[in-house]
Design a protein around this ligand. Structure first.
Ligand code: OSB
Ligand code: MG
Length: 365
């Protein structure tokens, strides 16, 4: 297989409702798609970087820039996806950009050989249970309506975004209204270790986990916090590699890990993190970044691995978009089917893709 070029395509996808977190409110997803053209097949990757560097240091314009100037030229002579990360290793950071490129090359390679992502990664399930991430709302009533709607749709686990001033009360309200539903919270780094006694007030609510309460660099702080609360600590932002995962586990900073391929540089590193989790008896689950069907297809394959034992943030297309750019992912009894076709197993719908495209750029190799 030889790469002949890479297309960078920007699309603008309005969300069905604003998604509010402790770091900001997203109303439209500005997505960068990477299409790898090879002598044998073409492949797709979705860059999960957001419009502004609020979740992590990456943002979509920077991802496009680093791909154009450094990453794409550096993969000119790779003949397999396993060669992508080594070819990019001398460039620091930019994991979401690297992940999108590696995923596009992997998709092309797997399509050429007729192998699905699920098969390649080692999936053991044909469908995956789905959770949903529920943003911060203006009122508890609004939150209860949203959660009730998702439970009616079949979601098997609810994740509430929290921040100081929106934590114990929303959790209490959801517990009181919806009983023993699987429930967890995500703070996206909104607290400090001095909030430990406050966060311990979540202990009585039997949460599955609290995700990334502290700064992404405060791994030791998470270890200290984990000793002061009974809710299991799960890391998202802090886990940027398999090495970081192994260190965080060894330090006692987390007992659960959210795996996001974009955050860690791609699906091959994501699988290594999964393997670190299995080796340590640490439950893992597949996170999300409000992906379109292109990114979702590969995430659902990852969620089907044996170590992904908790429901992921792999929701149906309609939770995000009125019209997806692929055939929509639709929940069946709270589950999504794992694609079985070659590569990511789904194709963009040409007319939908064209309708949302704001620009394309062809980088010949
Ligand atoms: O922290 O998990 C997060 C969305 C964007 C950025 C960060 C996060 C999220 C979510 C939504 O929680 C997950 C999804 O439904 O895709
Ligand atoms: Mg998170």
């Amino acid at each position: 297989m030889k790469l002949t070029g890479v297309e960078l395509r920007r699309i603008s996808m309005p969300l069905v409702a604003p998604f509010r977190t402790s770091f900001g409110t997203e109303t439209t997803r500005d997505v960068l798609l990477v299409r790898a053209a090879t002598t044998d097949a073409e492949g797709w990757g979705e860059c999960v970087a957001m419009t502004a560097p609020l979740y992590s240091s990456e943002y979509v314009d920077a991802a496009a820039d680093v791909l154009r100037r450094f990453l794409v030229p550096a993969v000119a002579s790779v003949s397999s996806a396993v060669q992508v990360a080594p070819a990019l290793a001398r460039f620091h950071g930019h994991r979401m950009a690297k992940a999108a490129l590696e995923t596009a090359v992997l998709d092309a390679e797997l399509r050429a050989s007729g192998v699905s992502f699920a098969r390649e990664l080692g999936a053991v399930r044909e469908e995956v249970p789905c959770g949903v991430s529920v943003g911060i709302m203006d009122s508890i009533d609004e939150l209860l309506d949203a959660v009730g709607g998702y439970l009616d749709e079949g979601y098997v686990r609810i994740k509430l975004k929290i921040q100081p001033g929106w934590d114990v009360e929303p959790v209490r309200a959801v517990r009181e209204r919806f009983g023993d539903v699987l429930l967890q919270v995500d703070a996206n780094t909104a607290y400090t270790v001095s909030d430990a006694r406050h966060l311990a007030r979540l202990d009585p609510f039997d949460l599955l986990l609290i995700e990334q309460p502290l700064d992404e660099e405060d791994v030791l702080g998470h270890a200290e916090l984990a000793r002061q609360i009974t809710t299991p600590v799960c890391l998202d932002e802090s886990i940027t590699s398999a090495r970081a995962a192994a260190a965080a586990i060894r330090l006692g900073a987390c007992s659960i890990i959210n795996i996001k391929p974009g955050r860690v540089g791609g699906y091959l590193e994501a699988r290594r993190i999964h393997d670190v989790c299995i080796a340590n008896g640490v439950p893992a689950w597949c996170g999300g970044m409000l992906e379109t069907g292109i990114g979702r297809a590969a995430n659902v394959a990852l969620a089907a691995l044996p170590g992904c034992t908790l429901p992921g943030d792999t929701s149906g297309s309609s939770r995000y978009y009125r019209t997806d750019i692929t055939p929509p992912f639709t929940l069946r009894s709270g589950h999504l089917p794992v694609p079985t076709g070659p590569g990511i197993g789904v194709d963009p719908i040409e007319s939908e893709l064209t309708a949302v495209t704001t620009g394309t750029e062809w980088l010949a190799l």
